[in-house]
Design a protein around this ligand. Structure first.
Ligand code: FAD
Length: 513
């Protein structure tokens, strides 16, 4: 960008800032904003996947380079008249409760940064190290497609791939591979971050490490991630994908825990609670063998509520693979209902991108652009049975349930320490439970939110469960302090250091501006 253009942009920002000066009459900033190239009329930025909270920003920044972001934040932090102006990065906007919104502030659309994916490989033989340098607004699906061209792929995923790199790294990024490699935040070598004061810092575990760890799981509070260095590995050729059904919760969790204890054989483990037949269709839309399952379920082989384990074994060999044998060996050790096991073989790409099939089906049914009052809870192994009972007490299998319930174990020691992500305080095995509902019809929304609130409160407060929210959402700083527990001092101290004026991440509501 040339210097004259930069000056014009800074001047526009200055106008915007003046508009928000508390001692001036505040008019619509859009009327007076003369610089459409950088600050645009807010549109999508007040909407997210949740469709529950709609906060309009005053303006949108569409950065053409990290420097634009640095300029904005540097300018805001050097002026005394802008103390109410906040800034939120928006990745793919797939938050649920307005986390990427900035009421009356500025939203930075991260997808405007030129998408850049540079793949590096060095070393020989077994010692090859591969990684990708990716811009913060890039989607995981884009990284997958680019890296697969070289036979490589990231190790740790989310179930849905149309999420941004910066957005999931600001949370954790959890999927069925996390038991083996940790969440996505455990698979990052380096970050480029622009702090709340506009300073561009390259950080890693050995360089400016405090900022590196703060930003991982940092809920967008410490800086804007403009680039990340993600570990890659050889991509498998194919995936054998298995689903096995249970009516006994204890057997279900024992088998899940057995599967995560064999990382040398198993590559992915997830699971579902299936409340009723309708819920079954929602949970398995992407599984190719769905049609063969339905007749058995219609015969009522399963109890009212049942449980499904999903695991995979990756195949790296173009031929003569022993994967079939490996799957048979694993299955023999499991205690699912005899005859209720289904196995399919799919490409690695189709497996990772499986939720896009569900997305298509939901869009066709008009169920994608509705409110999504989701609740994600991390529950220590010692509390999972009690939590399941609580869940089934609050959400009766007889009620209309539009959505799905994910439940699978993770291993604490695969989580990088010192990040901002929060896990329950006890147990090596921690379950992630995702109660992913759509409000259909829309007047169900307030009931569902009430149920979520009851469940989250009971799960956190009950000493036998002691859960923590994942993708957390709270209404007061007191609740946030409780969420972080003994980590609050560190989190608040990092905020003071990297964003002392509380400019960043207002949608999270952690540090009221
Ligand atoms: P946004 O919603 O745009 O932003 C989220 C937060 O990160 C905001 O606070 C925002 O300000 C901040 N932020 C965004 N970009 C940056 C940046 N570059 N630098 C600093 N801060 C930034 N999560 C999982 O872990 N596992 C899953 O399997 C999974 N599946 C999902 C499936 C669906 C259909 C959906 C809608 C969500 C799913 N999620 C999952 C949740 C998802 O990881 C989070 O909602 C994530 O924040 C979405 O990324 P995003 O790019 O849309 O972020």
């Amino acid at each position: 960008m040339d210097f004259a253009l930069l000056c014009t942009r800074v001047y526009t920002l200055f106008l915007l800032v003046l508009l928000y000066s508390p001692c001036m009459h505040v008019r619509s900033p859009i009327d007076l904003n003369p610089l459409n190239s950088i600050l645009e009329t807010p549109t999508e930025a007040s909407v997210d996947y949740g469709r529950i909270i709609f906060n309009s920003p005053a303006a949108i920044l569409r950065p053409k380079s990290p420097k634009d972001i640095s300029l904005l934040l540097g300018f805001l932090s050097s002026s005394s008249s802008n103390k109410y102006l906040t800034v939120a990065a928006r990745g793919a906007g797939h938050s649920i409760y307005g986390q990427a919104q900035a009421s009356g502030g500025i939203v930075i659309e991260m997808d405007s940064l030129p998408s850049s994916i540079k793949i590096h490989r060095w070393g020989d033989g077994d010692k090859i190290i591969s990684y990708a340098d990716v811009s913060g607004g890039t989607l995981w699906i884009e990284l997958l497609e680019e890296s697969l061209k070289l036979g490589l792929a990231p190790r740790s995923w989310t179930d849905y791939l149309y999420l941004s790199i910066g957005g999931t790294l600001s949370n954790a990024g959890i999927s069925g591979q996390a038991f083996k490699y940790g969440p996505q935040i455990s698979n990052v070598l380096q970050l480029d971050i622009i702090t709340g004061e506009g300073e561009l810092v390259t950080c890693s575990p050995s360089k400016s490490s405090e900022l590196f760890y703060a930003a991982l799981g940092g809920l967008g509070q410490f800086g804007i991630i403009t680039s990340a260095r993600i570990i890659l590995q050889e991509a498998p050729k194919k995936v054998t994908w298995v689903k096995a059904f249970y009516s006994d919760f204890d057997l279900f969790t024992k088998d899940q825990e057995m599967l995560i204890s064999m990382p040398e054989k198993v590559d992915y483990v997830e699971g579902f609670i299936v409340l009723n037949e309708k819920n079954f269709h929602n949970s398995f839309a992407a599984f190719p063998s769905l049609d063969s399952m339905i007749p058995k379920l219609e015969k009522g082989i399963l109890s009212e509520v049942y449980y499904c384990i999903e695991f995979t074994v990756y195949d790296y060999q173009p031929k003569d693979s022993n994967v079939k044998q490996v799957v048979e060996d694993i299955s023999r050790e499991m205690s699912y209902i005899p005859s209720l096991i289904y196995t399919v073989e799919v490409s690695y790409y189709d497996f990772l991108n499986r939720v896009s099939i569900e997305e298509k089906s939901l869009r066709e049914r008009g169920m994608w652009d509705v409110s999504h009052p989701w609740l994600n809870i991390l529950v220590p192994k010692s509390g999972i049975e009690e939590f399941k009972d609580l869940l089934l007490e609050i959400i009766s299998p007889d009620q209309e349930f539009e959505g799905l319930i994910l439940i699978y174990p993770l291993l604490r020691d695969k989580w990088a320490t010192n990040t901002s992500a929060v896990l329950p305080e006890s147990d090596e095995v921690v379950y992630i439970v995702g109660i992913l509902r759509s409000a259909n019809p829309s007047d169900r929304l307030s009931d569902i939110l009430r149920e979520n609130c009851r469940m989250a409160k009971a799960a956190a407060g009950n000493q036998a469960i002691r859960a923590k929210q994942y993708l957390p959402h709270y209404h007061s700083q007191e609740q946030w302090k409780e969420h972080f527990g003994s980590g609050w001092e560190q989190f608040a101290g990092r905020k003071l250091r990297f964003d002392p004026r509380n400019v960043l991440g207002p949608g999270q509501g952690i540090f009221p501006n």
